[in-house]
Design a protein. Structure first.
Length: 339
């Protein structure tokens, strides 16, 4: 299949590369001409602007928007709505607020344009590992796009099969899911990222306790000078708390056990806030997820070793770089893209 990709950042560019490797074709556009040129050299068709991109696509056209959630994505989709025709498809693979998906799907449908929201997890590692995708949209449209999603997904790999899944949809086993109608994909991805906050916070607090086991405030016989890189490594080997986040933590600690390259200033991407709002709307208690979000707020005022662990994990999976003091401003609820 052929699609157009708008936005060639940390994930957009690698999504195109993975599709090219699978035999699909792509036209690409980004405001950064160097990003376009780099992908053109790898087999994509470069475009000078959105209109040029659309001219390079066969009908019905498929356009994937991979931009930061908020005004830039909204403006881009508005532009597309005036240029696309009946049967064309817009995919939003960013971290968009799910209620915006519902609104966009309605007004694009009036123009005969289909809208698909794809919550995409995989970060900077997706090119090699594949992308876990949570998809919202019309069933028939999602089915027609299946070759694209199948190429991007990780596949079954060597993960043991879950007992009792016989006869069920095999797409989740391969790493992607049609979650439901418009908005459902980003809703599921939002909760995914809320859970991610909680998992990361648990690791961060645990390693902070381990590090402070040598505190002079403890009785001498109760102090332990623990090797955090070795603890992270042994937990990766058969323990019940093993995970990719632990893998990233182990890598960061092996490189620098004090994580001196991190300040512990931890951003939140927006989806954590939206998750808590959803919990409030549904009257569902979310103690851990709320505490994890508030811990990130506090990290911008005072920092602990635990927050350095959080920063190291965010850098590991998504390439997120801590803001320099001069760049910091009041908290911005617009998501910046946890994976």
């Amino acid at each position: 299949m052929q699609l157009g990709m708008i936005g060639l950042g940390r994930m957009g560019g690698n999504i195109v590369r993975r599709l090219l490797r699978a035999g699909h074709t792509a036209a690409v556009y980004d405001r950064d001409e160097r990003a376009v040129a780099a992908l053109a050299a790898e087999g994509a068709v470069g475009a000078s602007d959105i209109e040029d991109l659309l001219r390079k696509l066969p009908a019905p056209r498929i356009v994937w928007v991979m931009l930061p959630a908020g005004p830039i994505t909204e403006t881009t989709i508005e532009t597309l709505s005036g240029l696309l025709g009946s049967g064309d498809v817009v995919i939003d693979g960013g971290n968009t607020f799910w209620k915006d998906d519902i609104r966009r799907a309605k007004w694009l449908k009036q123009r005969g344009v289909h809208y698909v929201d794809v919550g995409t997890s995989g970060g900077i590692w997706g090119l090699e590992r594949g992308y876990c995708m949570m998809i919202g949209g019309e069933k028939e449209v999602v089915a027609k796009l299946d070759p694209i999603f199948a190429a991007l997904a990780p596949g079954e790999g060597d993960i043991p099969k879950t007992p009792g899944r016989e006869g069920r949809d095999d797409r989740p086993v391969r790493g992607y899911l049609h979650a439901g109608p418009s908005g459902a994909g980003h809703f599921v991805k939002m909760i995914h990222n809320g859970i991610e906050y909680g998992l990361m916070q648990a690791y961060a607090e645990g390693f902070d306790i381990l590090r402070n086991a040598s505190s002079e405030g403890l009785p001498k016989e109760e102090r332990f000078d623990l090797d955090l890189p070795d603890i992270a490594e042994v937990w990766r080997r058969g323990s019940v708390i093993t995970s990719w986040l632990l893998d990233l933590t182990a890598t960061a600690l092996a490189s620098d056990r004090d994580l001196a390259g991190y300040t512990g200033y931890v951003e939140d991407s927006g989806e954590g806030r939206w998750t808590i709002n959803a919990a409030i709307d549904e009257a569902v208690p979310a103690d851990v997820l709320s505490a994890a979000l508030y811990a990130r707020f506090r990290s911008r005022r005072e920092h602990t070793f635990g927050e350095k662990v959080l920063s190291a994990m965010r850098h590991g999976f998504g390439g997120h770089v801590e803001q320099k003091p001069a760049e910091r401003k009041a908290s911005d609820p617009q998501p910046k893209g946890d994976a």
